[in-house]
Write a protein that binds this ligand. Structure first.
Ligand code: CAA
Length: 692
């Protein structure tokens, strides 16, 4: 198969890129394009050129697998330069995604015809790099500095209609895009239209304050990241000096960034997600269609889960025993969709379709024709077992049952049922209709059919679905529990919430441990603690700072006070009353507080998680380190530019982590700090979670 082929259609040469899966601009494509364009230039029968792609998408970017390897000629910018230099008009036919180098290629064409569902973007900064082939200088000449910066530094793609409005596209079609591009080229020739080179357009005038403001904006939204700032630098250079100079400058910055630790981590995150969402051993042939879903429990989680299905076009039967709770859930769904309409996210017709697809009911019998039912009731073994039995009683024998438990043993939950092979876990994260992560849980008796189906369903719901095994807290919450424990211990030993949170935020988490607790509700954390007291160590039971704060009526953000106080706009401030409470608590319990360094805070938070991650891998609860990294990147705000906890562990090295774990064991005891055998083996053999 040729990566690039070219045929004559009348007097128009159609160059087709065919490089599955996403038509990335790998070397064969670049060389093929160069040759096809040269051939078209020398061919008298060719009066115009259309560049199109085979398969599901236009060019979705450079081949990310080639990054970090020695560059192979020709460079993409040379190919684009050759296309743009063509004396014959060149029209890009864009369907699917035109991303990164793909959009840069399209911007080098003289005109762009886009399919109505196409997406155009410069997501390079999400990979720690910048568009290196003239994307920013060209885009700002077409669409202005603000749009170019939002797309490049912000990494935000735009849809076809927005591209047309912004001047990035010249025509939009709902029909076959290649045919539309051919018709566009024919019209152009008939009207005497010529090549139109973006690089020859004047750069928009722009004050330097615009770039200063952009730097501050992207510093705030992409804290600690180098690539968005480099995008602003290139845009400023494009306005201040000529096109050629800024392209050369962009290439230089690209080369500097592509081997940076941030870019390596972000590339790892990209591929880890693709590995993690495809668990081994599941067959697509086993997937059963989900036409209708049931959700039992109409609290916050149940309501969010119902919206996940509705958003994916799957009708939902929502069962709840309490009429008032059910009514309030229906109201929340309606309000969410009305808000989406008001914000222009969905059309009014879509709002009606989604609301009509929700059947609220007090009766389990209504679940009879559902293909899957997710229970989202109170986190209690007895309650859940009863609810699952009622669901099974009212369900077709082949329908699946998923529990949304976040800690309980799925095998114990399924034990009393007649068909445990139909039972799986689907652990959604709150707010369920927004959070990307889904932990799909395989029980000991879950059938391959059930597992393959929930994995496919996760993708259909737009989630990053990772398959995990049964374990207390599965993967994410189990690791978080270790970090949480250390954070509370550090409060009694000498730290304050604002110090712990600052250290975690400086590392790159969007919020610290205690900000997170305040957001989720301290009453929730307290109830969870009470239900687990019998499983906690003596020291954990005695460490009762949370109990005291909750007893003072401080339940977190929703009550205006928790570890911090909050004003009406939920703006946070440090509360001296909390510092006093923590200090007094330590005094009362005879603990001599000491200064705890930022380094210690970070090490104890991270190494507690990494050590638990290693145990989780050894036990097979997660199959691969990519699964753990993906869970932490998508559900717990682990900074993407650090690649995830296991990738980060490799950077630190197992020997160092084991040494520090032993150090903390000497302070607190091996009960809390024992290096996982996997880490010890890595330290001994020079191994790592990922092959180097
Ligand atoms: N390079 C190499 N492989 C890629 C790739 C790329 N740019 N984009 C996707 N793939 C691979 C994936 O790894 C996956 O491979 P496996 O099937 O072996 O796992 C396969 O293509 C399909 O990808 P998805 O599972 O993601 O498919 P999807 O249909 O859900 O999404 C997509 C398609 C929207 C194009 C998505 O893959 C995507 O966003 N890709 C990345 C786009 C991107 O970031 N482009 C910019 C690259 S940087 C650049 O372009 C700079 C430059 O020129 C110098």
């Amino acid at each position: 198969m040729q990566a690039v082929s070219s045929t004559l259609s009348g007097n128009i040469r159609v160059i087709v890129i065919d490089n599955p899966p996403v038509n990335a601009t790998s070397q064969a494509v670049r060389a093929g394009l160069m040759q096809a364009v040269e051939q078209a230039a020398g061919d008298d029968d060719t009066h115009a050129i259309v560049i199109a792609c085979a398969g599901a998408t236009f060019v979705a970017g450079a081949d990310i697998k080639e990054f970090g390897k020695p560059p192979l000629d020709p460079h993409l910018s040379e190919v684009i330069h050759a296309i743009e230099s063509s004396a014959k008009p060149v029209v890009a036919a864009i369907h699917g995604s035109a991303l990164g180098g793909g959009l840069e290629l399209a911007l080098g064409c003289h005109y762009r015809v886009v399919d109505g569902k196409a997406r155009l973007g410069l997501p390079e900064s999400t990979l720690g790099i910048i568009p290196g082939a003239g994307g920013i200088p060209r885009l700002l000449r077409l669409a202005g500095v603000d749009k170019a910066l939002d797309m490049a530094a912000g990494g935000k793609p735009i849809g076809a209609a927005e591209a047309l409005e912004a001047g990035v596209a010249d025509a939009l079609t709902q029909e076959d895009v290649r045919a539309a591009a051919l018709a566009f080229a024919q019209r152009l020739l008939a009207e005497g239209g010529a090549a139109r080179r973006t690089r020859e357009l004047p750069a928009p005038g722009c004050e330097s304050q615009v770039f200063e403001a952009a730097r501050a904006k992207f510093q705030a939204s992409h804290r600690g990241q180098l690539a968005p700032q480099a995008c602003v630098d290139v845009a400023e250079r494009s306005v201040a000096s000529g096109f050629e100079d800024s392209v050369a400058y962009g290439r230089e910055r690209f080369r500097e960034l592509v081997t940076s630790p941030q870019a390596q981590a972000l590339r790892h995150a990209f591929f880890a997600e693709r590995v993690a969402t495809k668990p081994a051993g599941l067959s697509a042939d086993e997937v059963v269609p989900i036409r209708k879903a049931g959700v039992v429990g109409a609290g916050t989680m149940g309501t969010g889960i119902a919206m996940c299905f509705l958003n994916a076009g799957i009708p939902v039967v929502l069962v709840e025993q309490n009429e008032t709770v059910l009514a309030s859930s229906v109201e929340t769904v309606g309000k969410t969709y009305r808000n989406d309409v008001a914000k222009g996210r969905i059309a009014e017709a879509m709002q009606r379709t989604r609301c009509d697809a929700l059947t609220p009911t007090l009766r389990y019998e209504s679940l009879h024709d559902c293909d899957i039912v997710v229970e989202a009731v109170f986190e209690d073994m007895g309650v859940k077992q009863q609810v699952l039995a009622s669901i099974e009683e009212n369900l077709r024998p082949d329908a699946l049952i998923a529990t949304n438990t976040s800690f309980l043993d799925i095998d114990a939950l399924a034990a009393g049922l007649r068909r445990p092979e139909n039972v799986v876990g689907m652990h959604f994260f709150s707010p369920a209709h927004i959070m990307k992560l889904l932990e799909n849980v395989r029980g000991a008796r879950s059938s391959p059919r059930a597992l393959a189906t929930i994995q496919a369903l996760g993708k259909r719901l737009g989630k990053v679905a990772v398959m995990v095994g049964v374990s207390d807290g599965f993967v994410g919450n189990r690791m978080l529990a270790r970090r949480t424990r250390e954070c509370y211990f550090m409060l009694e030993e000498g730290a304050l919430p604002e110090q712990v949170d600052r250290v975690l935020c400086e590392f790159g988490f969007p919020m610290g441990q205690f900000q997170l607790n305040d957001l989720a509700g301290l009453d929730v954390a307290w109830r969870n603690r009470q239900s687990r007291l019998d499983r906690l160590s003596e020291r954990e039971v005695a460490c009762n700072i949370l109990d005291e704060i909750v007893a003072a009526g401080r339940h977190g953000q929703k009550t205006g006070a928790g570890f911090y106080t909050y004003d009406a706009q939920r703006k946070r401030s440090v509360d001296p009353a909390i510092s006093e409470l923590i200090v007094r608590n330590a005094e009362r319990r005879g603990i001599a507080r000491r200064a705890i360094s930022d380094e210690e805070i970070l090490e104890r938070c991270l190494y507690a998680m990494i050590n638990e991650g290693a145990l989780i891998l050894e036990e097979g609860v997660a199959s691969r380190p990519e699964d753990i990294d993906t869970i932490w990147l998508n559900g717990y705000g682990f900074p993407r530019f650090r690649g995830g906890p296991m990738f980060h562990a490799d950077r630190i090295g197992a020997a160092r982590i084991c040494e520090r774990i032993r150090h903390y064991a000497s302070q607190a005891g091996e009960q809390y700090w024992t290096p996982a055998p996997l880490l010890l083996a890595q330290a001994r053999d020079g191994g790592a979670f990922y092959a180097r």
